[in-house]
Design a binder for this molecule. Structure first.
Ligand SMILES: Nc1ncnc2c1ncn2[C@@H]1O[C@H](COP(=O)(O)OP(=O)(O)OP(=O)(O)O)[C@@H](O)[C@H]1O
Ligand SMILES: [Mg+2]
Length: 505
């Protein structure tokens, strides 16, 4: 008997059917990958399983029991834990209070047993190798600590089935490996996992079996050992897919952007000259400085020394509006925390940056907003019903597409994209690279960060590898490969040789 059987599940949101008669079967002790493009219905099905949404029809059998009219509490009681795609923590509470919310331990006198909760949280973190203080306020944690807390929280109550909806988007490669170690250990003890991710290498490294959805329909399932990446992607996108490299060298113009011994929080002594129309990739382990550099260039933080000039004119530091007026745009990393304005519609979220840039000059009319929306919706294949719907009604990946459009839409000449393709499905990733190439061809200059080396190789003319706040290696497109990047990122190439190499470029 399977651990989980979901059959004939249907679900509509305000008349739009997003799940059509889908099924999902998960065996005990396996990692089951749930795959599909942005908006395919993965998170919705998980929300149904865990009682967040009610289904319109269909059957769910878990561990031999039929689950009917499930509430969140019911599913937890049955042994299902869910780590949501969006962070689901209370920022004003402490770490241990988040773990035990609604399940607080009490002592003999009926008072909450703070000591015991802190101790058990501490034990769990030690066991998992997670470096978080149970007494810290959640608002003080970094995004990756929050993500790890979410996962630890789910692990605490020893579920039979653990759902991880894109758990790795905010984690660095070492943290991902660590998480996979934990998952493999629990799998050995019989815990089953539903694992949702858009990173193919991750899926093949971890999962045993898969189910593919497309447009709210079940397409197929099977064992990962009996298939390959291209077949899986073909099932997801509904046509034959081959993952060819798309990079083609292109001409670049004069130097538009210059950093001279630029130093600030998290990075130091960065010097580079970037030509008009160039696409520059930046990578390194999380916290190694690339993302910090982009934030400082855009004025979110202030630089400490050195300078940045655009077309020869110095850019004032720590001044976001000034940066925008100099023609820069920033897509911040971590959509979950930095981009979404939940009370606004899709259309408003899309035109936000343009509104800010043009404030005082003219007001962007609704009609124009609508036209832009239509244009980007087609271009990036954004799965949305109306620009007037709230942004939160979109699937995670479709929200990210709106934020990419937000910056493509500003007319900014220098685009800073911090981890632009997080949570984006494979098909749309290719579209985004094409778009980046096209923009570069039109004379825009792009600096982007990514942890995924194949992505960088697809578009970047040059890749800077960061280590400990500075550039330790610079690679031309044809030199970019995973092994080289990893050796630089971990500083396992002789420091002197690497230093010389980065200095030359
Ligand atoms: N609360 C909601 N209101 C209206 N529509 C919704 C709501 N939640 C999801 N949808 C719609 O249901 C469809 C499926 O969304 P879902 O979030 O399940 O996709 P997903 O497969 O998880 O995609 P992603 O990989 O981008 O996270 C989308 O078209 C989405 O817009
Ligand atoms: Mg989702």
């Amino acid at each position: 008997m399977s651990l989980l059987e979901m059959r004939g599940i249907n679900k509509s949101f305000s008349g739009v059917q997003v799940l059509k008669d889908v099924s999902l079967t998960v065996e005990k002790g396996e990692v089951h990958a749930l795959l599909g493009e942005n908006g395919a219905g993965k998170s919705t099905l998980m929300n149904i399983l865990t009682g967040v949404y009610t289904r319109d029809s269909g059957t769910v059998i878990f561990d031999g029991q039929e689950l009917k009219d499930t509430t969140v509490r019911d599913s937890e009681k049955a042994g299902i834990a869910f780590v949501h795609q969006e962070l689901n923590l209370f920022n004003d509470l402490t770490v241990y209070e988040n773990i035990f919310l609604g399940k607080e331990y009490t002592n003999k006198l009926g008072k909450t047993d703070k000591k015991r909760m802190i101790k058990e949280a501490e034990d769990l973190f030690t066991q998992l190798g997670v470096n978080v203080d149970p007494r810290a306020r959640v608002s003080e944690l970094t995004t990756s600590q929050k993500q790890l807390l979410e996962i630890s929280k789910a692990l605490f109550f020893e579920a039979k089935l653990l759902i991880l909806d894109e758990p790795t988007t905010a984690l660095n490669n070492a943290e991902i490996e660590h998480l996979f170690g934990i998952i493999r250990g629990l799998r050995e003890k019989g815990t089953a996992f539903i694992f949702i991710s858009h990173k193919m290498p991750e899926i093949f490294a971890l999962a045993d079996s898969y189910t593919v959805f497309r447009n709210g329909e079940f397409i197929g399932n099977g064992k990962l050992s009996e298939t390959d990446t291209d077949s899986i992607i073909s099932m997801m996108v509904g046509r034959t897919y081959s993952s060819g490299d798309i990079y083609t060298p292109r001409e670049t113009g004069d130097v538009v952007l210059k950093l001279d011994h630029f130093t600030g929080p998290g990075f130091h002594d960065i010097s580079m000259e970037v030509r008009k129309g160039a696409v520059i990739g930046m990578t390194g382990l999380q916290g190694s400085g690339a993302s910090e550099l982009l934030q400082c260039m855009f004025g979110i933080t202030s630089s400490w020394s050195g300078s940045m000039t655009i077309n020869g004119a110095p850019v004032k530091h720590g001044d976001i509006h000034g940066s925008m007026r100099s023609g820069m745009g920033l897509l911040p990393s971590n959509r979950k925390e930095n981009s979404v304005i939940p009370d606004m519609t899709i259309g408003e979220n899309l035109s936000l940056a343009e509104q800010t840039l043009s404030s005082g000059k003219f007001h962007i009319r609704k009609a124009q907003e609508q036209q832009k929306y239509e244009q980007y919706k087609d271009l990036l294949n954004i799965k949305a019903v109306s620009s007037q719907d709230p942004i939160t009604s979109l699937s995670g990946g479709n929200q990210q597409k709106v934020f990419i459009a937000r910056w493509l839409n500003t007319g900014a000449q220098i685009l800073l994209f911090d981890n632009p393709t997080q949570g984006i499905d494979v098909g749309a990733k290719t579209e985004i690279y094409r778009l980046m190439e096209q923009l570069a061809g039109e004379g825009k200059t792009i600096l982007f960060t990514s942890m995924e080396v194949p992505e960088i190789r697809n578009v970047a003319d040059i890749c800077h590898v960061f280590y400990n706040g500075s550039i330790i290696g610079t690679l031309e497109n044809d030199q970019i490969d995973e092994t080289t990047v990893m050796r630089y990122s971990t500083n396992s190439i002789g420091a002197q040789q690497a230093g010389e190499e980065s200095y030359e470029k």
